[in-house]
Design a protein around this ligand. Structure first.
Ligand SMILES: [Zn+2]
Length: 303
């Protein structure tokens, strides 16, 4: 649950310029971005596989790295590599081909594909053949190349500044997150992430992606992501996600989908002063998504 690796400004600018060229090349399209069009422009090919796909049984690859580590040193069958490393996606630079695991839920394909497009656009990734397993595709991965491909994927899928421009004119609420999720065609989790980071630049705001608070099996991973807006992280650095989660559980019902509840909760800032936040939690049948928005300080009576 750590934060994404911070890239240098120069690296971000370099990658962003490559994304800008792609979006311009497509004639600055309206959201949602069609990845079919991106692939056509970049002359990339896409295929799907399953770990028992006979079509892959004869394909040989000559080198492969997962997150910068050379894992095979001699020509190897793709199918063996996919199985042994539990790959979820890979990019073959010499064939300009993206391969995605079709056993993954469809809503994950879009991010994975954009991530592999990211690898294809970054020239210094080219001398590696990259495979991505569960860990390297996660937001929390610390490897530099993975962070770079994820950065490219985010800039691409949210159409660079376009998302922020639209988000800043909308009221901070779960409704806005859901509208932007539909409009840009990205998962509600990645949309919540972007929304809190960009819309919460000046307004303290947080997001929580967790299990349903009243339908938890004995899983250790109750909380998947704790998202803090820049100004929230600065002023509420002592608040941990479990404290938030307990507050969320206190107002949520046990519904099997839709809005689970909303309430005002009081959070203490780093100076010990109390502030009221408005919380809403939505359940999409996979994850419970919570947004917490700053309202006002708690008034103190001075005697
Ligand atoms: Zn990758």
């Amino acid at each position: 649950m750590s934060k994404n690796r911070i890239l240098s400004q120069r690296t971000e600018q370099d990658i962003d310029q490559r994304i800008e060229r792609v979006i311009k090349g497509l004639g600055n399209p309206e959201p949602p971005l069609k990845l079919d069009d991106v692939r056509a422009l970049l002359k990339l090919d896409r295929g799907f596989y399953t770990a028992d796909d006979p079509g892959l049984a004869s394909e040989v690859i000559n080198r492969i790295r997962v997150a910068t580590i050379q894992v095979y040193h001699r020509p190897t069958l793709i199918i063996d590599v996919i199985k042994k490393l539990s790959l979820k996606a890979l990019y073959l630079p010499d064939r300009k081909r993206i391969l995605l695991d079709s056993n993954l839920p469809e809503k994950k394909h879009r991010w994975n594909e954009a991530h592999e497009i990211g690898h294809s656009l970054i020239p210094w990734h080219d001398d590696m053949m990259l495979g991505d397993n569960d860990q390297t595709l996660s937001r929390d991965c610390h490897e530099q190349v993975e962070a770079e491909a994820n950065y490219a994927a985010g800039r691409l899928l949210f159409l660079r500044e376009r998302f922020m421009q639209e988000a800043k004119d909308m009221p901070p609420s779960m409704d806005s997150v859901r509208n932007l999720h539909k409009r840009f065609g990205n998962t509600i989790s990645t949309t919540l992430y972007r929304f809190v980071e960009s819309r919460g630049a000046r307004l303290p705001m947080l997001g929580l992606i967790s299990r349903h608070p009243h339908r938890v099996s004995n899983s250790t991973e109750t909380i998947k992501h704790f998202i803090r807006s820049p100004i929230f992280a600065e002023n509420f650095s002592h608040i941990d996600e479990l404290e938030i989660y307990r507050g969320v559980a206190s107002y949520c019902g046990s519904q099997s989908g839709g809005l689970l509840g909303s309430d005002e909760l009081t959070l203490k800032d780093d100076n010990g002063d109390e502030h009221i936040f408005y919380f809403e939690t939505f359940y999409n049948r996979y994850d419970a998504l919570t947004i917490g928005i700053y309202i006002k300080p708690v008034k103190r009576l001075i005697s």
